[in-house]
Design a protein around this ligand. Structure first.
Ligand code: NAP
Length: 246
């Protein structure tokens, strides 16, 4: 049987990199998208190849629709199909809403929401004609609850949730599933600027009194990409250790 291919945006580091490793270990070719971290993407690819998996790296700024289309064409040239897309690339921004600049908002929405739209648009025509495929969007618990000093980030992550629900309805009749994972606090570079006090406060708000690991999110994505979840679409799966946000 031919191997399936997963295209993971923002897979050079953090959650995306963990997903690439996990999917490759489970028989997928991993198409690793990176933007700035080429060395990390290369070493991830080498690691997967050394373990006997399939992997290739693809540079693309997901906020650019033309680059997204070119990336998908390159993945298909290499692996024929994109069977699963994980829209994971994202950037965060912390600060008072009243200090948010127009440029900050443009960039945040361009990467986090336009990026997911761009790459989804580029893979869907083929998925629709094959009547098979799935898309998994990585949102955030902040898209569900909102957070002070992360108003713009909460807004774009909420937009991803609306995107997931609506697209699932539109492409469901074509046999394509669209779901969303809403991570809580996961130990990656994204949180490296939080103070110890902030981290302790966040940990105390989880039922498990613990932060998550990138692999926790990767496992949820693998489940949502697998046939085990073939009757699940349009859903938001929180993976957050029971986080109850104030
Ligand atoms: P991370 O460690 O900061 O990694 C971010 C990834 O996104 C990197 O691979 C980066 O690639 C990529 N990226 C950024 N801008 C890009 C662009 N324009 N085009 C393509 N790729 C781009 O973050 P993470 O924690 O793994 O986050 C992954 C996703 O989970 C994000 O959507 C984030 O919002 C979401 N999330 C994270 C947490 C958390 O606590 N960590 C919680 C909730 C949701 P390069 O380095 O190659 O540029």
């Amino acid at each position: 049987m031919e191997k399936k291919t997963v295209l993971i945006t923002g897979a050079s580091r953090g959650i995306g990199a963990a997903a690439a490793e996990l999917f490759a270990a489970n028989g997928y070719n991993a198409a690793i998208n990176y933007y700035k971290s080429r060395a990390e993407a290369e070493s991830l690819k080498e690691k997967i190849l050394r373990r006997g998996g399939g992997a290739e790296i693809f540079r693309c700024d997901v906020s650019d629709a033309r680059q997204a289309a070119e990336m998908t064409a390159a993945v298909k040239a290499r692996y024929k199909t994109v069977d699963a897309l994980i829209n994971n690339a994202g950037i965060a921004l912390y600060g008072l809403f009243t200090d948010l600049s127009g440029d900050d908002w443009e960039r945040l929405s361009a990467v986090n929401i336009s990026g997911a739209l761009n790459v989804s648009k580029s893979v869907l025509p083929d998925m629709i004609s094959r009547k098979s495929g799935c898309i998994i969007n990585i949102s955030s618990v902040l898209g569900l609850y909102g957070a002070s000093c992360e108003v713009a980030y909460s807004a774009v992550k909420a937009a991803l949730i609306g995107f997931t629900k609506a697209l699932a309805k539109e492409v469901g009749p074509s046999g394509i599933r669209v779901n969303c994972v809403a991570p809580g606090v996961i130990m990656t570079d994204m949180n490296k600027n939080l103070t110890e006090e902030d981290m302790n406060a966040l940990k105390a708000q989880t039922s498990l009194n613990a932060f998550g690991a990138p692999l926790d999110i990767a496992h949820a994505a693998l489940f949502l990409a697998s046939d085990t979840s073939k009757y699940i679409t349009g859903q938001i799966l929180s993976v957050d250790g029971g986080l109850v946000m104030l």
